[in-house]
Design a protein around this ligand. Structure first.
Ligand SMILES: [Zn+2]
Length: 171
């Protein structure tokens, strides 16, 4: 147990998350910004999250967005395109070629545009909720310089770990 003495009035054992709120963290991720500081960029390729923030150094590889971002994108784009196809078909006299080209194109472009911001927002939410390895960063009082010291106790389930499983229970 590592005690943090931040000042004479600070309570050392309070497990309070002092970082940004979850809406702010999600908004930062949505804008391709680090959910911790809001300055560094979150992605270094289209859907590849940086190992660590280039501005504040907080480790970002703890995220496990997995299939949630595409699920959300399919849900949103599918409803918009589906509604658009039905409404234009019923209310407007649009030619078939338009229906066969415009809506698939909109679905493709909309999905590509939404996928990275959605994944960023999911990563921001996981950070704000202290999921996976993010919990050590949040517990450290939102100070990234305290992160690596406590991070040795945090491991990902089958993910990128340094092999030091401390207190992980039975194999
Ligand atoms: Zn940062």
């Amino acid at each position: 147990m590592i005690e943090i003495h931040a000042g004479p009035a600070a309570e050392p054992a309070a497990p309070v998350a002092l970082g940004p709120s979850w809406p702010m963290a999600m908004w930062r991720g949505f804008r391709n910004r680090c959910p911790h500081c809001g300055e560094g960029r979150l992605f270094h390729r289209f859907l590849k999250v940086r190992e660590a923030c280039e501005a504040c150094g907080v480790e970002l590889h703890h995220h496990r967005a997995d299939d949630l971002p595409p699920y959300i994108v399919i849900f949103v784009v599918g409803h918009v395109v589906g509604l658009g196809v039905l409404e234009t078909e019923m209310r407007l006299d649009v030619p078939l070629w338009f229906q066969m080209t415009f809506w698939p194109g909109l679905a493709l472009i909309g999905s590509l545009l939404l996928l990275q911001p959605t994944k960023g927002a999911v990563v921001g939410l996981q950070y704000a909720l202290g999921m996976h390895g993010f919990s050590a960063i949040r517990r450290a009082g939102a100070r990234p310089e305290d992160g690596p010291a406590q991070q040795e106790t945090e491991t990902r389930d089958g993910g990128r770990t340094d092999g030091r499983h401390i207190g992980s229970g039975r194999p």
